[in-house]
Design a binder for this molecule. Sequence first.
Ligand SMILES: Nc1ncnc2c1ncn2[C@@H]1O[C@H](COP(=O)(O)OP(=O)(O)OP(=O)(O)O)[C@@H](O)[C@H]1O
Length: 909
Amino acid sequence: MEMNVETAVRICPTSYPNRDLVCVQSDVYNNTIKLGNLQSIPVQHALPFDCTQNTLYATIVTPLMNYYFEGCDVSILTYGQSGTGKSYTLLGPTLNCALSEKEHGVIPRFLRQMFGNINQDTDKHFLIHVAWTQICGENVFDLLGSGSVECSNVSDAFELLKLGMSNIIGNYAHTLFTITLEQQYFLDGTVQHKISTASFIDLASSDKIVVVDNNGLTQYLPTDIGLLTLHKCIWMLSEMCTYNPNLIPYNQSALTMLLKDSFGGRAKTLLICCVSPLVNDYMETLSALQFLQRAQLVRNYVTVNSYTTYETYENADLFGLQFATNQLFKLVSNAENLFKNLLGTGTINKSQMEQISDWLMLKQECQECISESSEPHRSLDIIEEEIEDRCKSEGSESESDIQNLVQLMNNFRVKTDNLVSHVSDSVNTPKESKNSQYNEYHLKGARGRRASIHSANDFSPLLNYNTNSTDTPKPEGELNTQQKEKLIKQVNADIEGYEKQIQELLLTMNVKEKLMQQLLKHKQTKVNVRKKLKQKCLKLQNDQNIAQNKLKQAKTINNHLLESKLDFEISELSKKINETEFIKSIAEDDSKTITELEGSLNSSRKQLEKLRKCLRRKEKCKLELENDLKHSKKFTKAVVSKKPNSSFNSREITFSEDFEDIKHEIKELRRTRDRLLEQRYKLDTKSHSKKLLNDVEEQLLLQYEEAIEVIDLAIEYKNQKICGLIEIPNKDESIYKLLMQQFHKLNTDEILVLLRKYYQKVIELRSSTKKLEQQVVHTESQNENLLRQIQNLSLVLQRVRSEAERRVLSLEQQHDHKLQLIMHHLSQEGGGDDKQIMSRMVERSKQTALALQVAQGRNKQMNKGSLIARFTRYARQETVPQQLSTALTPSQAKVTRQKNKLIIQQSSK
Ligand SMILES: Nc1ncnc2c1ncn2[C@@H]1O[C@H](COP(=O)(O)OP(=O)(O)OP(=O)(O)O)[C@@H](O)[C@H]1O
């Protein structure tokens, strides 16, 4: 679509009461701006004199929103003299955007309208990014500090606006605010994508110089390099027929490079010219309107940025997961039926009954967790989307829901599997002895079944042995070594089971806690949702009553057509009422659920305490058994060694016993490591949740880390020992040899002291490494701060430099002016002799030049910085377009005088 750049003129309100001082008028009906009594400039939108922010937005910006959502880029620029309301038009009067919505400028209004549209469109997926830059000469600064920032609602966007505003430095810079909108939706089995950018450019005002071109036309050209290049580009674009588009000098300034798409590009562009109506500002207003006249001749090629892909939704795996979950649900409900039937038959013993009831309770608990964590929230999210802002965190929440779901289902599957096989086995062999049950159990263990749920009777020999146990009698007579070993194995399995149960319980508690947090978070939203839904229900019921009354009337007058129509309407309304009631029921008050969850959490805590107690008891029992076993082994060894004919056998026994011992030690080490890991994990989570660790905790964390590493090493060593892979160090190494000799002399206590010292040394080393790392991070952040300061300083330098350039330019102009006055004075003094005048003039100008040289010399000594600035300016002249460079060359200019004005005219070649 080929379209001209759209233009609008806004006249800045003035406090001057005297109408004679006003020379600009807006003819809203004919869309013209009247300048004095002479000129009438046609524009696309001549805004009324007292145009409010709302009128401006509704008349000229709202239509651009349609282009934007269609996938076209849009650009809105403000241009004009300083203080005429450019920033006011784009942003509003103050830094605090939220202060008064009535005064909000184009950008905040655009953001609100855009998010409003997005919230109404539930069929599409939207992604929004904003960016804000400041262009200072040739430098571009990021006002948000992190490039393009994703934002999901109006308040986020307003926060970013405030942040950017607080980072704007000075008045002499252009700013560019962009909102990028990405849309995705399904259409006929394909995914449609649209990407459009809305750019809002506040063009800074700039000093002007007067130039008369070859055709004798006066031009007021800005001194700012960006604006000057923009003028040049627009000038060339407006005379497109005579220019090759490739010759447009966009790349001569940063500003024009950034605005390439807005003039002669693919964007739909609106240029708002802000002008002052005062006579004093006549020339500036004229210059702005001339620029606007040129700009509205520029043609853009507005295009829709869209493409199609043929993929399905990224999270297609979700369907697979859902399927698997459904299957698992079916399995679980089958198992439930089986257990219920078994309970009914009465063929199972008391402990099995307890197990089944435990299982059923757990299943109930899981189901509650799953239904709380997935279904209601998902449907509620949808309602919230319709009524409230689209929630950014929705994706991550549903992700974690799925993770929880999968984890719960896995735990559940293992438990079900275990229990089903256990129950079915015991049902098949109801008359077997306790011992055979126990053997079965361990055979199952060997097939890889999980051994986390045990009844007290499963381990009767062990519990019989446990002196602390009150519910089981002590065994009659002593147990032999083999029995003791078996018992230890059982205890180990039992301990593992308890540990796993504790872990699972912790996990469930974690899920419950998260659920509670989510419920509390959504509580207020649900209240709002319910209120709105209640209103909706009432309205629907009202409509239904009206329709029923009409139906009665229709029946009395026998209007069958109306009757069937009303019947249909009533049934539709009742459907809608049911649906709304259903949605309302989903958004039911959570207080009850929260209390239930709290209760459940408390009971879980109690259960956890119980399990920990059991675990401690088992560990104690195991220790006793192990000690006992050691003693009896020593005793057996002693007896065996006394038998002369059994040396071979005794070696074999010792080896296998050693082997078993090492394995057992490894298990022990692993358990200790797990406990240490748990402790470390607690401290880790504390530090990750941004709670600072105190010194003691920091020290503890380091100690845990070191201890875990040492235990890992020990496990590795023992594993190697079992496999016969121990590397025997080269004993010839003198230091090693020396050390070993010394170590051999040490007794156990001394070795322990030595080890402790080593351990402390390592902890100290770890601590200092950590401190060093923290220092590095700190230094890096300091570095970043310094870099930011350098950036700020260079910005200030740039400003000072352009100020200096401006001053030099005005000094030059003053100098020229004085020169002209001198000429005039001399011509009057000398009585018209041209030669004499010339020679006097040359003499004076020599004097002036000399004076300037002296001044410059002084300057050189006084201010090196301004000299550098001067140098940079001349060095940069290469990039200044031809018009300006020629306009500034005195030798090619002709100076004439009209009334009180001096005009520098470019001499034609
Ligand atoms: N139409 C308007 N209605 C009310 N106040 C206005 C209007 N236009 C400008 N102002 C006020 O005039 C002052 C100057 O406006 P603003 O800062 O927007 O000008 P500007 O063109 O951006 O100036 P500069 O180029 O120096 O940054 C502000 O206090 C602003 O609130």
